[in-house]
Design a protein around this ligand. Structure first.
Ligand SMILES: O=C(O)c1cc(C(=O)O)c2c(n1)C(=O)C(=O)c1cc(C(=O)O)[nH]c1-2
Ligand SMILES: [Ca+2]
Length: 520
């Protein structure tokens, strides 16, 4: 049922999202359902006729930069975003533009965002469209007219490079949004706002504040004990929640994926001591008041940009003859995690991509068993770490098919070098990477670079989350031809004298589809 006309535009609430299977022609929240399975029950398109699909309409977006949004479709209208957080509403059948909303993000600030001026889409609720803008505003837009209804600044410190690229989620009349910027030195947090008024309902910081001051809550008191030295205080600690969330209405738990440390270098950040909670963690939070319920940390003391902001899926799986309510994630660090979503206890964790920083995850302690190899702060010179900083899987969402029981993962093969910076000159600066490591400080030699480019590939992986094993994988096409015909690797050898210059390598394994597999 779509476009009955009985409802106003974007007339979505929690009941409708929870019962989304009753109206399979709509896609009403970013993961389609609160469990974020991204499984469409529509079956007109099948493996019998998929080769007959053709273009029905197209629309040229305003800015030729990354497009990462999941479009929302409600009652015949599609709401989606392009670069610089511009929102578009289309007639979904004809492609006719109904309205456009440009929040007018300052284009000169583009360098303050690590990974492009991207946006991953909007949320809709009771006649409004909700947008997190690149410069950190939460904007409520009238779904009929495209006009702004209210706008709030979500950023606590504009001298730091905070931004928003993720899609908001809405639970019980609260719109929830995190932020980005952990490559530059920020303190991560998520905030909930009243969808009607824009009033702040609660805020949860993902890492502690200055231990000289009282922490905001008990969870952060606990977290503060896992940080050492004082470099992290000035750098903010990191832990940005820049992409994933999921919600279980029965348990009333909001799950939030938390990112990497500021700076990356564990020794520079925290004297190479402590877990640095809640970096690289999945957090379960009460969405009514923002209170901590549990956490699971995937990479204690993260030093490699191993965010756990990757897409999370809730499902009920039968494991060892018992029905388990699980949350699943394939974070950057290369392990596929199945956790009990009530308690946060790890049920299983296996490598879905090449991993050399850890042997395995110890299911008794729930902690990874680290190798010494990847601890670049203890090494002379650069070390090759698998996965590299774009991870075995990054923001590209995965999906779960309850009929096959498989998870489908857009997977990367990506390894890079990391090297300790011995003479750091870092200070928090806007627009400069502050990593404390030379990451991917690559050769100027074309042949050598080509060999790296050849190894940066990807594929579509079908994964059995019960057996924790690969079922099949479709390799993406080889990168080598494309890499030769188009220079794609640049080394900023004359970068600014920060500790953390960023010899930019845009890995082919990111999203451009020119990938070749290597042995798993
Ligand atoms: O630490 C952060 O705050 C942060 C933010 C973002 C972002 O907001 O896009 C990315 C990352 N980290 C990151 O590590 C990463 O690999 C990444 C890829 C992308 C992208 O859009 O292609 N964004 C981000
Ligand atoms: Ca990051």
């Amino acid at each position: 049922e779509t476009g009955s006309g009985a409802r106003g535009p974007a007339d979505v609430d929690g009941e409708r999202i929870i019962n989304a299977d009753k109206e399979p022609g709509n896609w009403m929240s970013t993961g389609r359902t609160y469990d974020e399975q991204r499984y469409s029950p529509l079956d007109d398109i099948s493996d019998e006729n998929v080769d007959e699909l053709g273009l029905t309409w197209q629309y040229k977006l305003d800015v030729d930069r990354g497009v990462e949004a999941t479009p929302i479709v409600v009652d015949g209208v599609m709401y989606t975003t392009g670069a610089y957080s511009i929102v578009y509403a289309f007639d979904a059948a004809s492609g006719e533009l109904l309205w456009k909303h440009d929040p007018k993000v300052d284009r000169t600030k583009a360098a303050s965002f690590c990974c492009g001026v991207v946006n991953r889409g909007v949320a809709v609720w009771k006649g409004k469209v909700f947008l997190g803008t690149l410069d950190g505003r939460m904007v409520a837009i009238d779904a009929a007219s495209g006009e702004e209804v209210w706008s709030v600044d979500t950023i606590i410190d504009h001298d730091r490079s905070y931004g928003i690229t993720g899609a908001p989620r809405i639970v019980k009349d609260k719109v929830i949004i995190g932020n980005s910027g952990a490559e530059f030195g920020v303190r991560g947090y998520i905030t909930a706002y009243d969808t009607e008024t824009g009033d702040k309902a609660w805020r949860f910081f993902t890492v502690p504040g200055d231990p000289a001051e009282p922490q905001e809550n008990e969870a952060l008191e606990m977290a503060a004990k896992t940080w050492h030295g004082d470099a992290w205080i000035e750098q903010g600690g990191g832990g940005t929640a820049w992409d994933s969330m999921a919600y279980d209405p029965d348990l009333n738990l909001l799950y939030v994926g938390v990112g990497n440390g500021s700076m990356w270098n564990y020794k520079a950040r925290s004297d190479a001591k402590g877990d640095n909670l809640f970096l690289s963690s999945i957090l379960a939070i009460n969405p009514d008041n923002g209170e901590y319920v549990w956490h699971y940390q995937t990479t204690p003391g993260d030093a490699w940009d191993y965010t756990a902001t990757q897409h999370m899926i809730l499902a009920d799986l039968e494991i060892d003859g018992k029905k388990r309510e699980v949350i699943m994630q394939a974070p950057k660090n290369g392990f596929f995690y199945v956790l009990d979503r009530k308690t946060g206890k790890v049920i299983s964790a296996e490598k879905y991509a090449p991993v050399n920083w850890a042997e395995k995850v110890d299911l008794e302690t729930g902690r990874p068993v680290f190798t010494d190899h990847a601890k670049y702060w203890e090494q002379d010179g650069p070390v090759v770490v698998q996965p590299g900083f774009w991870g075995g899987h990054d923001w590209q969402p995965m999906s779960y098919n309850p009929n096959t029981g498989l998870v489908y993962i857009p997977k990367h093969y990506f390894e890079v070098t990391y090297e300790d910076v011995r003479d750091p000159e870092w200070t928090p600066q806007k627009g400069f990477y502050q990593l404390g490591t030379n990451a991917a400080a690559m050769s100027d030699d074309a042949e050598e670079m080509q060999s790296w480019a050849d190894r940066w590939t990807g594929g579509l992986l079908a994964w059995d989350p019960v057996k924790q094993e690969k079922v099949w994988e479709v390799p993406h096409r080889p990168s080598s031809t494309a890499a030769r015909s188009r220079p794609r690797v640049t080394s900023y050898s004359k970068a600014p004298p920060t500790a953390a210059w960023w010899p930019i390598v845009r890995p082919t394994a990111r999203s451009c589809g020119n990938h070749r597999p290597t042995a798993a």
